[in-house]
Write a protein that binds this ligand. Structure first.
Ligand SMILES: Cc1cc2nc3c(=O)[nH]c(=O)nc-3n(C[C@H](O)[C@H](O)[C@H](O)COP(=O)(O)OP(=O)(O)OC[C@H]3O[C@@H](n4cnc5c(N)ncnc54)[C@H](O)[C@@H]3O)c2cc1C
Length: 418
């Protein structure tokens, strides 16, 4: 087990051996024949779930089974925006729970997740946008979430690069602003949770695809994998875009659609943007990474699919939207583009739930905006699995809401705005 710390001293010491002697961050143990809890999916949410199961619930022998490499799914592919300014109490409180965990995560994991609270702006371009923004900000204040309505002049002062002139095609009338929001480093989050979970004895098994669920007498007994059969007392599925595939193995039909979602980055340049700016109206958002790249994202590709790539016209449309907001970026060259597969639910809210199969739980439906929830999602899902009942914060996110009609419609606050 890695006892290594990341300090100036270890940097110096390992530098003497040309950095060939660093201990691996987590231990690679072989797959065992059975576990008390099996988590399917080694993305940020799965790893966080395993970590909190081991840390807070002492849930026995735990394994995370990942068909590829840890953190290689949407966790590796997202644009890392973290915020909690959702409209409805249920959603805002869940995301705010995540936000509070983010604020202490680096210390908790003893791993720098590079959480940077640089603020997030959601621009308003029409009177209706501004009314929606005011309604959401008022709701956020009642929920205890930091939120402000800014006028056009205040936005122009805080983001001088943004075209706030009246002649622009989509004039900026104002914005909502959450100062505590920001970004974190996606790989660091996955690695931090993996390292911390491994230290608590969780087995992290890569290249291990779950191909079947063994269910007898209405209770889960184990999982079939590409590395053989594994007995399991409880099984938590956290497979994002592939959740429906796993649910089908249990005879469950999830109300989830899997869509490609793309992002792209520019060449590196001097730091000019020190915050995150999103616009639903022009359908694009942007921040600048520590390396100086503009990190740009958009809405989903409208077709369904499992290929981790999207279509060129979405990129074209997004680049045009960004140039509309920031004309001076029109000559910046774009470096890389990629796609992930996001699991979109009908009300743009997650499903964190028990199922009709005893011992089988699902955490999915985060769609375009689950990265921000990584610690909060893992925390409440671990509680749900360990106690066989939901945490108060995810009670409303049960799969039953699609039967009862108690939807939590966050399309207004989710949409393009991740
Ligand atoms: C381009 C893009 C931009 C985004 N931007 C943001 C953003 O700015 N802010 C935000 O909050 N969210 C954003 N998101 C959404 C966010 O990335 C996801 O909601 C979040 O990462 C989901 O985490 P996860 O751990 O559930 O999924 P993943 O990281 O996808 O992990 C699921 C894992 O399950 C594994 N798996 C699947 N099937 C099996 C199987 N049968 N057996 C074993 N393993 C399996 C997969 O290989 C994968 O590693 C974005 C997504 C994309 C694609």
């Amino acid at each position: 087990m890695s006892g290594q710390t990341y300090s100036w001293w270890s940097l110096f010491k390992n530098g003497l051996s040309h950095h060939r002697t660093w201990e691996p961050a987590w231990t690679r143990r072989p797959l065992q024949s059975g576990y008390d809890v099996v988590i399917i999916g080694g993305g940020g949410h799965g790893l966080a779930t395993a970590y909190y199961l081991a840390k807070n619930h002492k849930a026995g022998r735990i394994a995370v089974l990942e068909k590829g490499y840890l953190g290689g799914g949407n966790t590796a592919r997202n644009t890392t925006i973290v915020r909690s300014n959702y409209l409805w109490d249920e959603a805002a409180l869940l995301y705010e729970h995540g936000m509070k965990l983010w604020e202490g995560l680096t210390e908790d994991l003893n791993f720098n997740v590079m959480f940077s609270q640089r603020g997030v702006f959601n621009l308003g371009h029409t009177l209706q946008d501004m009314r929606d923004i005011e309604r959401r900000v008022n709701a956020n204040r009642l929920q205890g979430v930091d939120a402000h309505v800014l006028t056009r002049d205040e936005v122009a002062e805080k983001i001088p690069q943004l075209d706030c002139s009246r002649r622009s095609r989509y004039p900026v009338l104002g914005a909502s602003w959450q100062p505590r929001a920001g970004i974190a480093h996606h790989d660091a989050v996955a690695r931090g949770f993996a390292r911390a979970a491994s230290r608590l004895g969780v087995d992290l098994i890569e290249n291990c695809e779950v191909t079947g669920l063994d269910i007898q007498g209405g209770r889960v007994q184990g999982v079939q994998t590409s590395q053989g059969y594994v007995k399991a007392g409880r099984v938590g599925c956290v497979a994002a875009g592939h959740s429906s595939v796993l649910a089908r193995m249990a005879g469950i039909r999830l109300p989830i659609e899997s869509h490609p979602l793309q992002a792209f980055v520019s060449e590196s340049m001097q730091r000019v943007i020190d915050t995150v700016i999103m616009s639903n109206a022009v359908h694009g958002y942007l921040s600048q990474s520590d390396k100086g790249e503009l990190v740009i994202g958009a809405g989903i590709d409208s077709y369904l699919g499992y290929g981790q790539r999207g279509s060129p016209h979405v990129i074209d449309h997004t680049a045009a939207a960004i140039i509309e907001l920031f004309p001076q970026f029109s000559r910046v060259r774009m470096n890389r583009q990629w796609g992930g597969i996001v699991d979109v639910s009908p009300d743009a809210c997650p499903i964190i739930s028990k199922t009709k199969v005893q011992g089988l739980y699902f955490n999915c439906g985060w769609g375009t905006g689950g990265f921000k929830a990584t610690p909060g999602s893992g925390h409440v899902f671990a509680h749900t699995i360990a106690n066989d009942r939901p945490h108060p914060l995810n009670e409303a996110f049960s799969i039953d809401r699609f039967h009862s009609g108690h939807l939590i419609d966050e399309h207004g606050a989710a949409a393009v705005a991740h």
